[in-house]
Write a protein that binds this ligand. Structure first.
Ligand code: F6R
Ligand code: MG
Ligand code: MG
Length: 371
């Protein structure tokens, strides 16, 4: 059986207004490009979505991960959307396209990439998560809870198909190294790393060997691109996206969504420089305007049918997430009251890649030794 690849590639190529949302013309531009490509046979199916100011391309195909042809399609799509953004003088047109020319692989060129290749199961429920005004490490807590926390995922305790646990691929995004660790056996070590979410990020989750699912096929993947690392300076937000497969030996749909009821604290709000609650919200309300936030996450639910995307369902639209939103708003008030003080503002070492060093430079020769 031919394996299906699910690619979610995203970029901010212009905000409307400011950094708050994506203009409908950008979505139309991307859709008409991808429709042409689909007709040519290079894609099985696609959806164009948005979260905040990020344009999100969801594509299915049979080319595998990291495929030059598919990445070129996404790049062309972002270039065309940039042209539309320039005509409308949208804010930061083309901001995440860090290079003028595509060089075969979109990784390291600005856009965020989350891709998985797998044999489509008898029934394949899959959730695409898209976040705005935050960073890849924002996924650490929810992904850990889905695949390793028995207080979140009942299946880890009571479903023999989940009971043996999962393997986490964790990246040190500063040192560009990775490690594979097993849960529950190495749970405390996993947490020792991923609690430091600006350095260690969960990249993928795999089933263990001997289970219902093939051990080499990822069941979750997160985009881990850090824009400042690619560009060498702060050029915008590394708003991440992720894909999670669900059910039949994997966390149930409700177990996949449950961690987001916390509205946990993440960094990346206002100027990429503040901590705030990650608010789960509907597609319609994913337009961060309160102090450019608070950070948002949307969840698009699909069933795959031979690579066709059946969906999306707007999963956080459910009123059962209303309380999480209320809580996020209360946390928003509390955090905002701290103004420029930590821990609302990020610690100094995380501000290194923002505009703050330019301000600090001005003050540096005013310092004299203390007694
Ligand atoms: C962008 C973001 C925003 C901007 C802020 C300042 O996604 O997080 O909070 O950093 O609006 O933007 P500039 O410097 O473009 O005026
Ligand atoms: Mg923007
Ligand atoms: Mg964004």
């Amino acid at each position: 059986m031919t394996k299906i690849t699910f690619s979610l590639i995203k970029a901010d190529v212009g905000g409307f207004p400011g950094h708050s949302s994506v203009h409908p013309d950008l979505i139309r531009t991307a859709e008409s490009h991808l429709e042409q490509v689909r007709k040519s046979g290079a894609l099985i199916d696609f959806r164009v979505m948005s979260c905040g100011d990020d344009l999100e391309l969801l594509m299915t195909h049979i080319n595998g991960c990291d495929n030059g042809e598919i990445h070129a399609i996404a790049w062309e799509c972002f270039e065309q959307a940039t042209e539309t953004a320039k005509k409308l003088k949208l804010y930061g047109a083309g901001q995440d396209l860090l290079s003028d020319a595509f060089s075969g692989n979109i990784r390291g060129m600005g856009p965020g990439v989350a891709e998985m290749e797998f044999n489509e199961r008898v029934s394949e429920p899959i959730v695409a998560f898209m976040m705005d005004k935050t960073e890849p490490g924002a996924f650490n807590l929810p992904i850990f809870r889905m695949f390793a926390d028995p207080f979140n995922t009942a299946g880890l305790v009571i479903d023999p198909a989940c009971h043996q646990g999962f393997v986490f691929e964790i990246w040190d995004i500063m040192a560009h190294k990775k490690v594979f660790m097993k849960c529950p056996e190495e749970m405390y070590d996993v947490l020792a790393l991923i609690g430091a979410k600006s350095k260690y990020v969960i990249k993928r989750v795999y089933p263990k060997s001997g289970g219902k699912l093939p051990e080499e096929e990822a069941v979750a993947v997160i985009s881990t691109e850090k824009l400042f690392q690619t560009a060498g300076t702060y050029v915008g937000k590394d708003d991440p996206a992720g894909l999670v497969r669900s059910q039949s030996g994997l966390p149930a749909l409700g177990e996949v969504l449950e961690p987001f009821a916390l509205s946990h604290l993440v960094s990346g709000w206002m100027r990429g420089s503040h901590n705030g609650p990650l608010m789960p919200c509907s597609f319609e309300t994913a337009h961060p305007t309160r102090f450019d936030g608070p950070p948002r996450v949307i969840a698009a639910g699909f069933q795959l049918a031979f690579g066709q995307l059946v969906g999306p369902v707007d999963l956080f639209k459910d009123i059962a997430f209303d309380l999480a939103r209320q809580r996020a708003l209360q946390i928003t008030e509390y955090m905002r009251a701290h103004g420029p003080f930590e821990p609302h503002r990020l610690p100094m070492e995380d501000m290194e890649y923002t505009t703050l060093p330019h301000v600090m430079k001005k003050l540096s020769d005013r310092f004299v030794p203390t007694e």
